[in-house]
Design a protein around this ligand. Structure first.
Ligand SMILES: [Zn+2]
Length: 296
């Protein structure tokens, strides 16, 4: 029987007009000296079942006696400042407009009922994050198209370019039955999604890398598994490299122990592979700061 599947969004896409696919070794040769960027992370409080966030059936989790529970987590927006290109966001934080009237913001009924939106609690909304910057927002880099990563979109001006990994929008999944309408609504009236391009490496230490500004300061790393086109980002800041894993690992425990997400993933094999690749990268560059998907 053929499973009914739905794209993450039917919003238009195009090849990003930014970024070059490069070799992961070229990126790694640049990682240890500081770079020109600045990254600040803003968190909103949330909670979710641990069995979604972490594979509690993994032998390491079983051995540690970990059971399903409500887990306190965060929804992040990372403010990335480039000295000449300006200010960008990695993922979008939380818009108060989405919380106050989710139906009007375009959140479909199933996500309103089961998405846990009522538990989202921002200290600083996405609108406030944007207003606090001295320069205008130039673009949004999404790790992937899930509600807790696009939940700030109602506060993002409609003309701002939105970047995703190639194949993220087109990926077809039964789960997207619930996400597609919401993503379409949040993206309505916006330009096509800008898809960052990758050249998959045969035998490379990472799946594929893109040098986003072409100056070796900010990289997208293809990390499929949680979603098909999932992307992690790496910024070379004045204080050193900062890796933003996205949902390669939602939790601190999962990252520290090399245990992948639980039920919140599309394909387990690639998800495990992406986690182990990023952990090995962090091991090769121990000074690099690592910011996880939903916990510090
Ligand atoms: Zn997430």
């Amino acid at each position: 029987m053929k499973m009914l599947t739905f794209k993450a969004t039917s919003h238009a896409t195009r090849k990003a007009r930014l970024g070059n696919a490069i070799d992961s070794a070229a990126m790694e040769s640049l990682l240890d000296p500081p770079g020109p960027l600045d990254v600040t992370t803003i968190a909103a409080d949330w909670e979710a079942p641990l069995a979604g966030l972490l594979n509690i059936k993994h032998p390491k989790a079983v051995a540690a006696g970990i059971k399903d529970r409500k887990e306190a987590i965060k929804i992040y927006a990372h403010v990335v400042r480039h000295p000449t290109h300006g200010f960008f966001l990695v993922d979008t934080g939380v818009s108060r407009r989405l919380l106050e009237d989710p139906a009007r913001a375009g959140v479909g009924m199933m996500l309103r009922m089961f998405g846990g939106i009522e538990k989202m609690s921002p200290q600083q909304s996405t609108a406030e994050i944007i207003e606090a910057e001295p320069t205008p927002l130039r673009g949004v880099f999404l790790t992937h198209l899930h509600l807790d990563h696009v939940s700030g979109l109602p506060d993002i001006p409609k003309d701002i370019p939105i970047y995703t990994g190639a194949d993220e929008a087109e990926a077809s999944l039964f789960l997207n039955l619930f996400a597609q309408g919401t993503n379409n609504h949040l993206l309505a009236g916006r330009p096509p999604l800008e898809e960052l391009q990758f050249a998959k490496e045969a035998g490379g230490s990472l799946e594929a890398v893109n040098d986003v500004f072409g100056d070796g300061s900010f990289f997208a790393i293809l990390t499929p598994g949680h979603t098909t086109g999932h992307v992690s980002y790496l910024a070379r800041t004045v204080t050193g490299a900062v890796l933003m894993t996205g949902d390669v690992s939602h939790t601190r425990w999962g990252w520290d122990h090399g245990v992948e997400p639980g039920t919140y993933l599309q394909e387990r094999g690639p998800s495990v592979n992406s986690l182990l690749q990023l952990k090995a990268l962090a091991h090769r560059h121990p000074a690099m700061a690592v910011k996880l998907g939903h916990q510090e």
